[in-house]
Design a protein around this ligand. Sequence first.
Ligand SMILES: Cc1ncc(COP(=O)(O)O)c(C=O)c1O
Ligand SMILES: [Zn+2]
Length: 403
Amino acid sequence: MTTYILRCITCKKEFDSQPGLYYCEDCGKIMGTLEVVYDYESIKEDPVVREKKFDKKASMYQFSFLLPTISKLQLDEYVGGTPLYKFDLLGMKDVLVKYDGSNPSSSYKDRASSIAINKAIDEGNDILFCASTGNAAASLAMLNAYTDMKTYIFVPAAIPDGKRAQLEISGAEVYAVEGTYDEVYDLSLDLGLEKGWYCRHAAINPYLLEGKKTGAFEIVIQNDFEVPDYVFIGVGDGTVVSSLYKGFWEFREIGLTDKIPKIIGVQAEGIPAIKEAFEKGKPYKPIAIDGSTVADSISVGKPRDVIKACTYVEASNGFFISLTDDEILDAIKELGKTGIFAEPAGAVPYGGLKKLIYEEKITESDTVCLVITGNGLKDVNAVKDAISKTIFTTEEVIKRFEE
Ligand SMILES: Cc1ncc(COP(=O)(O)O)c(C=O)c1O
Ligand SMILES: [Zn+2]
C-alpha cells in the first residue's frame, strides 16, 4: 500500500495515521484539519505513473497509488470514471464539463463515501455515521447498503425528497433532525466520535478529500493531460474545492503535468461563508454566518474545511464568487440545454462562468472546466416552475400535427 503521513494545515505538525485520529488537537477541529502527505518521489516510480497507463473510463481506484485505503468493495468499480463532455457554451469553444451526477448515487460524494467505507473496513470498524446536507449521506447510505456494516445518518429535516428517498430505501438508520445542517453536524460529530463510529464527514476526516481529488485526476487524463486555465466548483463546507486543488497539485508534483488551474469556488449569495472568510484575508479564520439558499447542498453557515479551501484556492491564484438564487435556477435551466440536468449546487459552476464572462474576467481564449457535482433528479422541486402542467387530449395532439 502507498505510505503516507498526516500533517496539520495550520501548525504543520505531523502524525502517523491511527484509528480515531481525525484532526490536530492542538489547533482544534477547524484550524487543525489534516492533510494526507505521500512520498511523491517514490510514487513517480510507480509503473502506472511512469508509463501513464490510465483509462479514461476506469473507476477512481485506477489512482490507488495516491489513495490511502486497502479494502475494495464491489461497487468501487463504478465510482468515478464519470464523463468529461466538451460543449460550446456561453460563446466559448470546448468548455469541459465533468459530470459527476452519473456516479452510483448520483453525486460527487460517492468518491468520498467509497473511501470512508474502505477505510472503516481497513480499521476494523463496522459502524459508519454521517451528517450531511443530503448528498454525502445519500451516498454513504447507498454505497453501504450492500455491506454488512451499519450506517447512521443525520440530516436536516428539510432535505429534498429525492435525497431523503435514497436514504430511506437504502436501509440506513436515518435521523432527520429539526434544524440547520450546522446544528445537525455538531450533534452527530459529538455523538459519533464518542461512540467510536467511523466518521464520514469529509470536512474533518482527512482521507475523504483523497477520494474527492480523483475528480481532478480524471479531468487531466480525460483531457489528454491538458490542464484547463480555470476550474469552477460549488462550495459548501469547502472539501470538494480543496480536493480539486490537491488533485491538480499532486499530478504536477509527480511530474504528470506542469500546471495547476485557477480554482474558482462558487457559493450562494444567501450564505457565502467561505467567500467571506477568504476576502477577509490571511490568516484565514473559521467563520459563522446565517443565511439560506435554494442550493441546499451548499447551504453551510459554519464551513469546516474553510482553512484548506481558502489556502488552496489562494495557492491556485483562484478566488470565490457567489450567485443569487435566481442566477442558480437560471443556470440549471440553461445547462439543461446541453442535456445535463444538475441539482442547484451542481449548476453553480455554469452560473459562475457566466458571471465571469459577463465581467470580462474570462475570455474566449481561456480554457475552462465546470465540475457538475449532483444530478438534478435529486431535487426536482427546485425547478418546479419549469415543469409544465399542461395536459393534452388525444384529439388536441392529432389536431396539432394535422396537415
Ligand atoms: C451537489 C454538491 N455540490 C457541491 C457540494 C459542496 O461540497 P463541499 O461541502 O465539500 O464544499 C456539495 C456538498 O454537499 C454537494 O452535495
Ligand atoms: Zn496543528
